[in-house]
Ligand binder design. Structure first.
Ligand code: LMR
Length: 392
């Protein structure tokens, strides 16, 4: 049977990492996949994570299975990060293998019970959103988000799109650090989005992968908290790949918020059935790291400081990139980059320029022109900007 299959296209993001790894040029630069690099160009293990792992190594007593949704302590710390308090709302959380795992579980759960809903994703969005919800059998449609001319949020267009959605449809929102544009709604805009989502009786599904990398841990949860305070039901998919640097440990979560404890108990029992059929129960280690850090005042303070360092370094690289490009004589104004949040920005580089950067300079950028600012360092900035100025 397999001989009938055609080659699948490479993943637009992870496929780029494969190509980067195979590139022998020592000066190669990867601005593709959303992975943080420090000033020395490596993706470090955070000190707080190292210390938590040591504690786990010294105290772990068993490798028995975790419950289907993972440890209850994990659920509590996830909801504390989301809502500011673990018991703010009737809600339940399951530990999933990464944010992708959370989205996949969400897709399967929602498709089983709301098969006729359309899933609305922002235009543009993380390419995997389309695949995850499409594979689950959903009709996936796009809502207006990005204004390419102004390099801003097309808020009027976004609201108009939402007005066109049908009651019971699912709207996928990025809580912060929009991937790929780096453009987030303001507080006022979040309030308006919330109002329309409520009026139209939509189910918000919030993808929260970059908490702490934009403006701050609480600040980045602002939009989500505005929504949570006003809507009865929502689904939140979290990832701790970026803010705990736990990429390969696959640490994510799905949280259901509902109108009452009874409703949530029933919904969550069904979610557990879905999980049981996909991966039974989650891997322990990464979640244990998050719990150990969050429940230890000193480790938590150290982690918060480390997240702030990541955030500050990204902001610094944004400014340095804009200034260096200017110094290299680039005619185009890139100052819009400094008003965006998180790892990503839409550079405005077109597919031809992206191709030249890769083939001629071993600089890897996603085909859409999305750049990962966290892949820039003081050491690679000059070569990077020389090459970008050349292709402009
Ligand atoms: C990204 O968008 O680059 C990250 O979320 C990593 C991934 O899995 O694509």
């Amino acid at each position: 049977m397999f001989e009938k299959l055609e080659m699948a296209p490479a993943d637009p993001i992870l496929g780029l990492t494969e190509a980067f790894n195979n590139d022998c040029n020592p000066a190669k630069i990867n601005l593709g996949v959303g992975v943080y690099k420090d000033e020395t160009g490596i993706t470090p293990v955070m000190n707080s994570v190292h210390k938590a792992e040591q504690i786990i190594l010294d105290t772990e007593k068993s490798k028995g299975y975790l419950p289907i949704p993972g440890s209850p302590d994990y659920g509590k710390v996830v909801r504390e990060l989301l809502f500011g308090a673990a018991d703010a709302y009737p809600a339940a959380t399951a530990h999933t293998p990464g944010g992708t795992g959370a989205l996949r579980v969400a897709a399967q759960f929602l498709k089983k019970f709301y098969p006729d809903a359309t899933v609305w994703i922002s235009d543009p969005t993380w390419p995997n959103h389309n695949g995850i919800f499409g594979d689950a059998g959903f009709t996936v449609d796009k809502y207006t988000y990005y204004n390419a001319q102004e390099r801003s949020l097309n808020f009027e267009g976004m609201l108009a799109s939402i007005q066109n959605m049908a009651a019971g449809d699912i709207i996928l929102l990025h809580a912060c650090c929009h991937n790929p544009s780096g453009i987030d709604p303001t507080t006022e805009q979040w309030k308006q989005i919330t109002q329309v989502v409520n009026e139209k009786k939509l189910l918000p599904l919030v993808d929260f992968a970059y908490q702490g990398l934009g403006r701050g841990l609480d600040e980045d949860a602002e939009g989500l908290r505005i929504l949570a305070a006003a809507v009865d039901e929502m689904v939140i998919c979290s990832s701790f790949s970026k803010n705990f640097g736990l990429y390969r440990e696959r640490v994510g979560a799905i949280t259901l918020k509902g109108g009452s404890k009874e409703i949530i108990d029933k919904a969550f029992s069904n979610l557990k059935t879905i999980i049981r059929r996909i991966y039974s129960n989650p891997p322990s280690h990464g979640g244990a790291i998050v719990v150990t850090i969050m429940n230890d005042a000193a480790l938590r303070a150290e982690w918060e400081k480390e997240v702030a360092q990541i955030r500050d370094r990204i902001a610094e690289m944004r400014t340095l990139f804009v200034d260096t490009l200017k110094a290299k004589g680039a005619q185009q104004d890139f100052s819009f980059l400094t008003t965006q949040y998180g790892m990503f920005s839409f550079s405005g580089l077109n597919p031809e320029q992206v191709k030249t950067l890769k083939e001629k300079h071993s600089i890897y950028i996603v085909g859409s022109g999305r750049i990962n600012v966290a892949g820039m360092t003081r050491a690679n900035m000059d070569a990077l900007c020389t090459a970008v100025a050349e292709v402009l």
